[in-house]
Design a protein around this ligand. Sequence first.
Ligand SMILES: Cc1ncc(COP(=O)(O)O)c(C=O)c1O
Length: 383
Amino acid sequence: MFNFDELIDRNTPEDLKHAKIEGIDDLIPMWVADMDFRTPDEVVDALVEQAKRGVYGYSEADESYDRALVSWYKRRYGWDVDPKTVLKMPGVVLGISDLINALTKVNDSILIFEPLYGPIGRAVKGSGRNLVVSDLVMKGSRYEIDFEDFENKVRENDVKMLIFCNPHNPAGRVWTREELLKVGDICLKNHMVIVCDEIHADFVYSGYKHIPIASLSDELKKITITCTSATKSFNIAGVQAANIVIADDSMRRAVDKYAFSTGAFGLNIMGLVATRAAYTYGDKWMDELVAYLEGNIELVKTRLAGTKLKVTDIEGTYLMWIDASAMGMDDPSKFFLDNAHIRFSEGTFFSKKATQFIRMNIACPRSVVNEALERMLALPEVR
Ligand SMILES: Cc1ncc(COP(=O)(O)O)c(C=O)c1O
């Protein structure tokens, strides 16, 4: 059994998540998406061994890396991937930016479903493309795609690319086979490319299954680009590594050529070594981690039930999307920072309409989640 209750020391000046905030000495950071858990020993050992070599030259993924990668996809999601179709990149967001630049033209329309992890929309706008947003709709406490709105917007704007996210950050959805097929149908009918950000694929809870949209049919495989990474799963975001699966030869060549022209491509040696070790030895750790996180989620749902904080259903990711509108605050995340010394992500990072939402990262020891809940529930505004 792994000990996810252990409080690890993240108190270093370089640590983004635990960065000090002036005037607060008991901060609980529950914002940026990394975890307060030590990565598995095999990953640490592989990095230490590499570091001790004292040589950090340019690196290139070899067969052992490819084997680890495709075997993880097969074991964990039943997905067959040809390693020759995988481009290595120093990060998913950077990869998405390359995909936008290589596969669409300035002023082309690209659609996203909001709320969504903010840097994706920024990458679209930053490259001079037209960002089209279809809002997810809340049914009860679960988000769904408004397929009519999606299809209308695709037609009206002649959308060329969908940037999709599965499991979805921050909506917490693990899209079903039926939903994926419907999304895929609309994209196929309208000659669109699907970019599917599956960075949270390993965080899927009981009763749900991660299905890579590219695995559903040959037609979908051809139009889909899947962005994957071990960085969220194994808490190694600082090594910046991503694997972008592009089955279609001409799209892959175009992206490769574009990435080469920017100079930002390939994996650094630490990203390579850590990813390979994680995908080779990480199954048991990952299974136990997901079960532990499920316990944290249950705790938050139970303790916040009946309060003014409405918790969105969460099927995947370790990021809980909470509607604080019943509290009537201008800025709920600032309220919790000032009054409970808890740092949440602001809803507006994910949609400018989400002024009343906070995103709570529960990937930390249970005692920390408990302490955060105690502080929240002690506030009369919450009860
Ligand atoms: C959906 C999603 N995509 C991408 C990223 C960032 O990936 P990277 O650090 O590889 O750019 C995150 C980080 O939180 C994320 O949630």
